[in-house]
Design a protein around this ligand. Sequence first.
Ligand code: HEM
Length: 343
Amino acid sequence: MSIEFRNESFRDDFTYRNSPAAIKRFPFPFAEDEYMYSVNIEPHTPGRPGSVFEHAFDVDEHYVSEMRDRAMVLAEDPLRCQSLPHMTLAGWDLLELIMESKARDYPDLFTLTKNGNRWHWINRPLGIDQKFTFLDETTLPYGPMEYITRQAQGDFTLQDQRDDDLWMEAGMVTTQADWSLDFDIGMRFHEWHAPVPRAHQLGVFDRALKFLLKLQHGAPVRRFNWTMTVDPLLDTSPENYPKWGPSRASLTPENIGRRMHLRVELQTLFRLPRSNAIAFPIRCYLISFDELVTVPKWARRLHRVIKTIPEDLATYKGFQRNRELMVNYLAQHDDGAPTSPGW
Ligand code: HEM
């Protein structure tokens, strides 16, 4: 099935919207009426046709516009993409993984032809036709990680594994929920997670790291994370906080349904074959409250989650100041009916 790509903006006039089909496949992340951090990791196996899990790397109607937004962020701030010198091989691993996956899963959009190390990549939505030599950086316009992540939705970090730890040592990060690659690069697993409340005490990070150190090639896993964003802004970075931070103070009962967005991250983890690094794609999906409440069971559940979430989590996620407004809006869409666990 071919995708109709939307021409939309994630800044200024914010013309980003979800089509009815995109709302239907939105990855609503809550399995219960309450939320707490956990090691919510499951195998990243192909899901229902049409779902965001159908393929290893989901391509949707926002693809072309998201890639345009990424190019704009990079033009303003090249440090959003960094790769320490020893991570180049992991970059090639990632390029291979994404090219092979996309060419296999979306043959009408992407084609990869190999003749030994001489590869030919065609990306039709972005109008790219590139011949290059695999593992030879001089044959691409950018390093391998930058080249392929300029053509793939979501952020990406690459972690080297040594000393029984994971080290964030490369990444393309332009659509992040208020953290900085430039700040975190060179840190290890517990260090870059230091600002997260409660999860350290709950043992979430100890267990997650132990699990990830044993991640096998060919057996990727996934998890969800979520937060809230005012306006469909992809680049909620600390670097640009002065531009977007004040928008949190501009919500009203009249505009909250249109402007407040649930921001869901589908995070996947892949062991890479040559470098033994771990790739961590973080794919961001945005849905406005007005769009979300068109699905009554989501509206009910989100109301209960936001109402009951502990204050330190709401503060960390940046919506404590707007919580009452959010709960009041969502309460109009919660008839009190019971919800079933697990969907
Ligand atoms: C938050 C990176 C894997 C759980 C974060 C943050 C970063 C990050 C940069 C933001 C921290 C800040 O506030 O500055 C990564 C990377 C991973 C990884 C690169 C893989 C190598 C995991 C795993 C889990 C996890 C496997 C749990 C099972 C969390 C949680 C938060 C978080 C609970 C707080 C999110 C929120 O409330 O919005 N992670 N993470 N992370 N991470 Fe990870």
